[in-house]
Design a protein around this ligand. Structure first.
Ligand code: PMV
Length: 359
């Protein structure tokens, strides 16, 4: 238990209010894969915060004297009650109750919606838990107005991590770092921090087009995949590789070395999937069209000298990263050559962003 983030009751205030946040998704360049108990990552990860793929979460809260240790909440997702999701949320509330005991004295109505289609194969957990955690911190601020901005976001990231690890990186932008690394003195396994080191202007306007190769639910959840890193034959080497790649990408970000950036981003994406393919039991989340797209991207880069590269989440969809000065050419390339590999030809144009907004 980390005592820094425990809320010490200031007496039983009667409160009522509404808090609402919008928070984006993020895409990891250095991948988090494998965790220790309490959502502690096996290795540090680095991500780009996005703009267009976001969740909006609103909590209506009201004090209520409750007789037991149960949470009183209901969840409306896109206007409808989501019982299956309520169970996941119960696990989250259970994890955070030590840090936010005031939640036990409140009746909550949580309403959430996403800017991207529900069945797009894009995980909404990062944007959802980050928006939810910020709304919870608004309640904490209602109880204790002295909370400072820095603590507010740090604790929100700490709470979001307990919902879904990668969610803790959505609290700030344009680049976030989560997990201890000797290269960054303020880094922590408990929450993400804004990447404070120098970022060359060539990375100012990175675009991320998400190619929706498979809009269905994944065969293997990320929780299961993370679990399989315990006892994995290559886990020690993978952890070492992630640390090395973090060092390399730090240098690429500083010097503006796009080729090094591309190399590291693609190695990370394929290493993530290599870990899945070599775990016990093994599994494959990429689809034939994922590989087709990778092949096309490599050919296009060779022919045009473009700075396009790809990365992958724990799924079949491809994230294409490229600089703004290639936007039109690459949009053309996508619609002519890549959209045929997407489900119903669909893709989502997103770009690097600065983080959440209070609504
Ligand atoms: O946050 P989770 O438990 O959904 O795990 C996310 C893992 C990856 O998306 C594959 C990598 C990452 O760092 O985001």
């Amino acid at each position: 238990m980390n005592e820094t983030f425990v809320y010490n009751s200031l007496g039983n205030k009667n409160i009522k209010g509404i808090s609402q946040w919008q928070s984006p998704s993020n895409i990891a360049l250095i991948k988090y894969w494998g965790k220790k108990p309490d959502q502690i990552p096996m290795n540090p990860s680095l991500s780009l915060t996005l703009t267009n793929c976001y969740s909006k979460t609103r909590i209506s809260y009201q004090s209520e004297v409750l007789s037991n240790d149960d949470f009183k909440f209901s969840l409306l997702f896109e206007g409808k009650r989501e019982i299956s999701f309520e169970n996941k949320l119960l696990t989250f509330f259970d994890r955070i109750k030590h840090y936010c005991p005031y939640l036990l004295n409140l009746k909550l109505i949580i309403e959430s919606s996403n800017s991207f289609p529900h069945s797009s194969g894009i995980a909404s957990s990062a944007s959802f838990y980050s928006a939810l955690s910020l709304s919870i911190m608004d309640i904490e601020k209602h109880l204790n107005s002295k909370i400072e901005k820095d603590f507010f976001f740090k604790k929100a990231s700490f709470l979001a991590r307990l919902g879904s690890g990668s969610a803790c990186r959505s609290l700030m932008g344009p680049v976030s770092l989560w997990g201890e690394s000797e290269l960054f003195k303020d880094s922590s396994d408990l929450y993400a921090i804004k990447y404070q080191n120098e970022i060359n202007a060539v990375f100012n306007d990175v675009n991320d087009t998400v190619l929706l190769v498979d809009k269905g639910k994944k065969d293997v959840s990320s929780s299961l995949g993370h679990g399989l890193m315990n006892g994995h034959s290559f886990s020690n080497d993978r952890i070492k590789q992630a640390h090395n790649n973090l060092k390399e990408i730090k240098s690429a970000l500083k010097t503006g070395d796009y080729d090094l950036f591309i190399k590291i981003v693609e190695i990370e994406a394929l290493s993530l999937h290599a870990m899945m393919m070599t775990s016990d039991p093994c599994f494959i989340l990429m689809k034939p069209n994922t590989l087709q797209i990778i092949k096309e991207v490599w050919e296009y880069r060779k022919e045009t000298n473009s700075k396009i590269c790809f990365t992958l989440d724990a799924g079949a969809n491809i994230h294409l990263l490229y600089p703004q000065n290639e936007y039109e050419k690459i949009q053309n390339f996508i619609s002519l050559k890549l959209s045929i590999f997407c489900e119903n030809g669909e893709y989502i144009n997103d770009k690097i962003g600065v983080g959440p907004n209070k609504l």
